[in-house]
Design a protein around this ligand. Structure first.
Ligand code: NAD
Length: 263
Protein backbone atom coordinates (compact mmCIF):
# COMPACT_ATOMS: atom_id res chain seq x y z
CA UNK A 1 0.00 0.00 0.00
CA UNK A 2 1.33 3.43 -0.87
CA UNK A 3 0.82 6.27 1.53
CA UNK A 4 0.44 9.76 0.13
CA UNK A 5 2.19 12.44 2.08
CA UNK A 6 1.29 16.09 1.84
CA UNK A 7 3.79 18.74 2.69
CA UNK A 8 2.18 21.90 3.94
CA UNK A 9 3.84 24.93 2.30
CA UNK A 10 5.65 27.22 4.70
CA UNK A 11 4.02 30.64 4.97
CA UNK A 12 7.00 32.25 3.26
CA UNK A 13 6.45 30.01 0.21
CA UNK A 14 2.80 31.03 -0.15
CA UNK A 15 2.33 33.45 -3.05
CA UNK A 16 -0.58 35.76 -3.59
CA UNK A 17 -3.02 34.39 -6.16
CA UNK A 18 -2.89 37.39 -8.55
CA UNK A 19 0.79 38.26 -8.11
CA UNK A 20 2.17 39.33 -11.50
CA UNK A 21 -1.30 39.91 -12.99
CA UNK A 22 -2.54 43.24 -14.34
CA UNK A 23 -6.26 43.93 -13.94
CA UNK A 24 -8.53 46.53 -15.56
CA UNK A 25 -11.83 47.38 -13.86
CA UNK A 26 -14.52 49.79 -15.03
CA UNK A 27 -16.98 51.32 -12.59
CA UNK A 28 -14.20 50.62 -10.11
CA UNK A 29 -14.84 53.44 -7.67
CA UNK A 30 -18.04 52.19 -6.02
CA UNK A 31 -20.06 49.11 -5.13
CA UNK A 32 -19.23 45.84 -6.89
CA UNK A 33 -16.26 47.25 -8.83
CA UNK A 34 -14.73 48.78 -5.72
CA UNK A 35 -15.01 45.58 -3.70
CA UNK A 36 -13.51 43.55 -6.56
CA UNK A 37 -10.63 46.02 -6.95
CA UNK A 38 -9.80 45.82 -3.24
CA UNK A 39 -9.76 42.01 -3.33
CA UNK A 40 -7.66 41.72 -6.48
CA UNK A 41 -5.13 44.24 -5.18
CA UNK A 42 -4.99 42.52 -1.77
CA UNK A 43 -4.19 39.31 -3.62
CA UNK A 44 -1.29 40.84 -5.55
CA UNK A 45 -2.78 42.24 -8.78
CA UNK A 46 -1.81 45.63 -10.18
CA UNK A 47 -5.18 47.26 -10.77
CA UNK A 48 -6.31 50.11 -13.02
CA UNK A 49 -9.43 51.75 -11.61
CA UNK A 50 -11.49 53.20 -14.45
CA UNK A 51 -14.37 55.44 -13.43
CA UNK A 52 -16.21 58.64 -14.32
CA UNK A 53 -15.75 59.86 -10.77
CA UNK A 54 -12.23 61.22 -10.37
CA UNK A 55 -12.49 61.86 -6.64
CA UNK A 56 -13.71 58.41 -5.60
CA UNK A 57 -11.35 56.63 -8.02
CA UNK A 58 -8.36 58.55 -6.60
CA UNK A 59 -9.53 57.89 -3.02
CA UNK A 60 -9.78 54.16 -3.71
CA UNK A 61 -6.32 54.07 -5.31
CA UNK A 62 -4.92 55.87 -2.25
CA UNK A 63 -6.58 53.35 0.07
CA UNK A 64 -5.27 50.34 -1.88
CA UNK A 65 -1.74 51.78 -1.94
CA UNK A 66 -1.90 52.58 1.79
CA UNK A 67 -2.72 48.92 2.37
CA UNK A 68 0.36 47.80 0.43
CA UNK A 69 -1.33 47.16 -2.93
CA UNK A 70 -0.77 48.63 -6.40
CA UNK A 71 -3.48 50.64 -8.15
CA UNK A 72 -3.82 53.56 -10.53
CA UNK A 73 -7.00 55.56 -11.21
CA UNK A 74 -8.05 56.52 -14.72
CA UNK A 75 -10.98 58.85 -15.40
CA UNK A 76 -13.06 57.83 -18.42
CA UNK A 77 -16.63 57.67 -19.63
CA UNK A 78 -16.93 54.06 -20.80
CA UNK A 79 -19.67 55.05 -23.24
CA UNK A 80 -16.99 56.73 -25.33
CA UNK A 81 -14.88 54.40 -27.48
CA UNK A 82 -11.93 56.81 -27.55
CA UNK A 83 -11.84 57.06 -23.76
CA UNK A 84 -12.03 53.28 -23.35
CA UNK A 85 -9.08 52.86 -25.72
CA UNK A 86 -7.17 55.47 -23.73
CA UNK A 87 -7.91 53.56 -20.51
CA UNK A 88 -6.61 50.28 -21.94
CA UNK A 89 -3.54 52.06 -23.38
CA UNK A 90 -2.92 53.63 -19.95
CA UNK A 91 -3.06 50.16 -18.35
CA UNK A 92 -0.46 48.75 -20.71
CA UNK A 93 1.82 51.79 -20.51
CA UNK A 94 1.59 51.83 -16.69
CA UNK A 95 1.91 48.12 -15.88
CA UNK A 96 3.29 46.65 -19.12
CA UNK A 97 0.45 44.30 -20.12
CA UNK A 98 -3.17 43.28 -19.49
CA UNK A 99 -4.28 39.92 -18.05
CA UNK A 100 -7.67 40.47 -16.43
CA UNK A 101 -10.64 42.71 -17.20
CA UNK A 102 -13.86 43.38 -15.33
CA UNK A 103 -16.20 45.40 -17.56
CA UNK A 104 -18.56 46.47 -14.85
CA UNK A 105 -19.58 50.14 -15.12
CA UNK A 106 -23.31 50.56 -15.40
CA UNK A 107 -26.29 52.76 -14.64
CA UNK A 108 -29.88 51.93 -13.76
CA UNK A 109 -31.32 53.85 -16.68
CA UNK A 110 -34.78 55.40 -16.90
CA UNK A 111 -37.77 53.80 -15.17
CA UNK A 112 -41.18 53.53 -16.81
CA UNK A 113 -43.15 51.67 -19.42
CA UNK A 114 -41.54 51.45 -22.86
CA UNK A 115 -43.56 54.19 -24.57
CA UNK A 116 -43.03 56.62 -21.68
CA UNK A 117 -39.25 56.49 -21.78
CA UNK A 118 -37.21 59.41 -23.02
CA UNK A 119 -35.31 58.24 -26.11
CA UNK A 120 -32.06 59.99 -25.17
CA UNK A 121 -32.08 58.18 -21.81
CA UNK A 122 -32.65 54.91 -23.65
CA UNK A 123 -29.62 55.59 -25.88
CA UNK A 124 -27.45 56.60 -22.94
CA UNK A 125 -28.34 53.39 -21.06
CA UNK A 126 -27.41 51.27 -24.07
CA UNK A 127 -24.17 53.23 -24.50
CA UNK A 128 -23.09 52.94 -20.86
CA UNK A 129 -24.31 49.39 -20.12
CA UNK A 130 -23.76 47.63 -23.46
CA UNK A 131 -21.62 49.49 -25.99
CA UNK A 132 -19.03 50.15 -23.27
CA UNK A 133 -18.53 46.41 -22.89
CA UNK A 134 -18.03 45.98 -26.62
CA UNK A 135 -15.44 48.79 -26.61
CA UNK A 136 -13.82 47.26 -23.52
CA UNK A 137 -13.38 43.81 -25.05
CA UNK A 138 -12.45 45.34 -28.42
CA UNK A 139 -9.32 46.91 -26.91
CA UNK A 140 -8.66 44.42 -24.09
CA UNK A 141 -8.58 41.26 -26.20
CA UNK A 142 -5.63 42.22 -28.48
CA UNK A 143 -3.59 43.07 -25.36
CA UNK A 144 -4.53 39.76 -23.74
CA UNK A 145 -3.52 37.90 -26.87
CA UNK A 146 -0.12 39.59 -26.66
CA UNK A 147 0.11 38.49 -23.00
CA UNK A 148 -0.66 34.87 -23.96
CA UNK A 149 -4.26 34.82 -22.68
CA UNK A 150 -6.52 36.32 -20.07
CA UNK A 151 -9.87 36.35 -18.33
CA UNK A 152 -12.76 38.78 -18.75
CA UNK A 153 -15.91 39.18 -16.65
CA UNK A 154 -18.75 41.38 -17.89
CA UNK A 155 -21.39 42.60 -15.44
CA UNK A 156 -24.86 41.70 -16.63
CA UNK A 157 -27.70 41.23 -14.12
CA UNK A 158 -30.63 38.98 -13.32
CA UNK A 159 -32.26 41.46 -15.72
CA UNK A 160 -29.96 40.05 -18.40
CA UNK A 161 -31.79 36.72 -17.98
CA UNK A 162 -35.38 37.69 -17.13
CA UNK A 163 -37.42 40.85 -17.65
CA UNK A 164 -39.18 43.51 -15.65
CA UNK A 165 -41.79 45.87 -17.11
CA UNK A 166 -40.36 49.18 -16.04
CA UNK A 167 -36.65 49.05 -16.91
CA UNK A 168 -36.75 48.33 -20.63
CA UNK A 169 -33.42 49.97 -21.65
CA UNK A 170 -31.57 48.29 -18.76
CA UNK A 171 -33.11 44.88 -19.55
CA UNK A 172 -32.30 45.28 -23.25
CA UNK A 173 -28.68 46.22 -22.57
CA UNK A 174 -28.08 43.46 -20.04
CA UNK A 175 -29.68 40.75 -22.23
CA UNK A 176 -27.57 41.83 -25.21
CA UNK A 177 -24.48 41.83 -22.99
CA UNK A 178 -25.23 38.21 -22.05
CA UNK A 179 -25.27 37.15 -25.71
CA UNK A 180 -22.24 39.28 -26.57
CA UNK A 181 -20.31 37.57 -23.80
CA UNK A 182 -21.23 34.10 -25.04
CA UNK A 183 -20.29 34.92 -28.62
CA UNK A 184 -16.96 36.47 -27.63
CA UNK A 185 -16.19 33.52 -25.34
CA UNK A 186 -16.70 31.04 -28.17
CA UNK A 187 -14.60 33.15 -30.51
CA UNK A 188 -11.55 33.33 -28.24
CA UNK A 189 -11.82 30.01 -26.37
CA UNK A 190 -8.96 28.48 -28.37
CA UNK A 191 -6.72 31.44 -27.67
CA UNK A 192 -6.66 31.06 -23.91
CA UNK A 193 -9.10 33.86 -23.15
CA UNK A 194 -12.06 33.01 -20.93
CA UNK A 195 -15.05 35.37 -20.95
CA UNK A 196 -18.01 35.10 -18.60
CA UNK A 197 -20.91 37.27 -17.50
CA UNK A 198 -21.92 37.78 -13.89
CA UNK A 199 -25.62 38.18 -13.04
CA UNK A 200 -26.21 39.76 -9.63
CA UNK A 201 -29.64 39.98 -8.07
CA UNK A 202 -30.41 43.29 -6.36
CA UNK A 203 -27.27 44.34 -4.50
CA UNK A 204 -27.22 46.98 -1.79
CA UNK A 205 -24.91 49.49 -3.47
CA UNK A 206 -25.28 53.22 -4.25
CA UNK A 207 -27.02 52.15 -7.50
CA UNK A 208 -30.18 51.50 -5.44
CA UNK A 209 -29.93 54.73 -3.42
CA UNK A 210 -33.08 56.30 -4.86
CA UNK A 211 -35.36 53.37 -4.06
CA UNK A 212 -38.09 53.95 -1.46
CA UNK A 213 -38.65 51.54 1.46
CA UNK A 214 -41.76 49.90 -0.03
CA UNK A 215 -40.01 49.13 -3.31
CA UNK A 216 -36.99 47.78 -1.45
CA UNK A 217 -39.16 45.44 0.63
CA UNK A 218 -41.13 44.25 -2.42
CA UNK A 219 -37.93 43.56 -4.35
CA UNK A 220 -36.27 41.80 -1.42
CA UNK A 221 -39.24 39.42 -1.29
CA UNK A 222 -38.57 38.39 -4.90
CA UNK A 223 -35.25 36.90 -3.80
CA UNK A 224 -35.75 33.43 -2.30
CA UNK A 225 -33.36 34.44 0.48
CA UNK A 226 -35.59 37.45 1.26
CA UNK A 227 -32.85 40.11 1.14
CA UNK A 228 -30.56 42.05 -1.16
CA UNK A 229 -27.03 40.79 -1.71
CA UNK A 230 -23.83 42.64 -0.83
CA UNK A 231 -21.09 43.84 -3.15
CA UNK A 232 -18.71 41.50 -1.31
CA UNK A 233 -20.87 38.49 -2.23
CA UNK A 234 -20.69 39.43 -5.92
CA UNK A 235 -16.97 40.27 -5.81
CA UNK A 236 -16.27 36.79 -4.43
CA UNK A 237 -17.64 35.24 -7.62
CA UNK A 238 -15.98 37.79 -9.92
CA UNK A 239 -12.59 37.06 -8.37
CA UNK A 240 -13.23 33.33 -8.82
CA UNK A 241 -14.09 33.85 -12.51
CA UNK A 242 -10.93 35.93 -13.01
CA UNK A 243 -8.77 33.33 -11.31
CA UNK A 244 -7.23 30.14 -12.65
CA UNK A 245 -9.53 28.27 -10.26
CA UNK A 246 -12.25 28.67 -12.91
CA UNK A 247 -10.03 27.43 -15.76
CA UNK A 248 -12.83 25.35 -17.39
CA UNK A 249 -15.51 28.05 -17.06
CA UNK A 250 -16.12 30.18 -20.15
CA UNK A 251 -19.16 31.60 -21.93
CA UNK A 252 -21.28 31.01 -18.86
CA UNK A 253 -23.87 33.11 -17.03
CA UNK A 254 -22.77 33.13 -13.42
CA UNK A 255 -25.78 33.96 -11.26
CA UNK A 256 -25.39 35.49 -7.77
CA UNK A 257 -29.00 36.32 -6.89
CA UNK A 258 -30.15 34.75 -3.63
CA UNK A 259 -32.60 32.63 -5.64
CA UNK A 260 -34.32 35.47 -7.57
CA UNK A 261 -34.32 33.60 -10.87
CA UNK A 262 -35.03 30.21 -9.24
CA UNK A 263 -38.77 30.92 -9.25
N1 NAD B 1 -26.63 47.09 -7.50
C1 NAD B 1 -27.42 46.21 -8.08
O1 NAD B 1 -28.52 45.89 -7.60
C2 NAD B 1 -26.98 45.54 -9.37
C3 NAD B 1 -27.66 44.38 -9.76
C4 NAD B 1 -27.29 43.76 -10.94
C5 NAD B 1 -26.29 44.29 -11.72
N2 NAD B 1 -25.66 45.42 -11.31
C6 NAD B 1 -24.64 45.96 -12.18
O2 NAD B 1 -23.42 46.00 -11.49
C7 NAD B 1 -22.59 47.02 -12.03
C8 NAD B 1 -22.03 47.86 -10.91
O3 NAD B 1 -23.12 48.39 -10.18
P1 NAD B 1 -23.01 48.86 -8.66
O4 NAD B 1 -24.25 48.44 -8.02
O5 NAD B 1 -21.71 48.50 -8.09
O6 NAD B 1 -23.15 50.44 -8.92
P2 NAD B 1 -22.50 51.73 -8.25
O7 NAD B 1 -23.38 52.84 -8.65
O8 NAD B 1 -22.21 51.49 -6.81
O9 NAD B 1 -21.08 51.86 -9.01
C9 NAD B 1 -21.02 52.11 -10.37
C10 NAD B 1 -19.73 52.86 -10.67
O10 NAD B 1 -19.68 53.04 -12.10
C11 NAD B 1 -19.29 54.37 -12.37
N3 NAD B 1 -19.84 54.76 -13.67
C12 NAD B 1 -21.13 55.00 -13.99
N4 NAD B 1 -21.24 55.36 -15.27
C13 NAD B 1 -19.98 55.34 -15.78
C14 NAD B 1 -19.45 55.64 -17.04
N5 NAD B 1 -20.22 56.04 -18.06
N6 NAD B 1 -18.11 55.51 -17.23
C15 NAD B 1 -17.31 55.14 -16.19
N7 NAD B 1 -17.76 54.85 -14.97
C16 NAD B 1 -19.08 54.95 -14.77
C17 NAD B 1 -19.85 55.20 -11.23
O11 NAD B 1 -19.15 56.43 -11.09
C18 NAD B 1 -19.66 54.25 -10.05
O12 NAD B 1 -18.41 54.45 -9.42
C19 NAD B 1 -23.48 47.78 -13.03
O13 NAD B 1 -23.19 47.33 -14.34
C20 NAD B 1 -24.88 47.38 -12.64
O14 NAD B 1 -25.78 47.44 -13.71
C21 NAD B 1 -25.97 46.05 -10.15
Amino acid sequence: MTTKTHTKPKTSEKTKEFKGKVAFITGAASGIGEETAIRLAADGAQVVLVDLNKKTAQALADRIIANGGEAAPFVADVADQVQVKAAVDFTVSTYGKLDLAFNNAGIGGPAGLLADIDIDSYRRTIDVNLNSVFYGMYYEIPEMLKAGGGAIVNTSSILGLVGTGTAVPYVAAKHALTGMTQAAAIGYAHQNIRINSIHPGYIDTPLLKNMDDNSRKALMDRHAQGRFGTDAEVAESVVFLLSDRSSFTSGTQFVVDGGYTAH
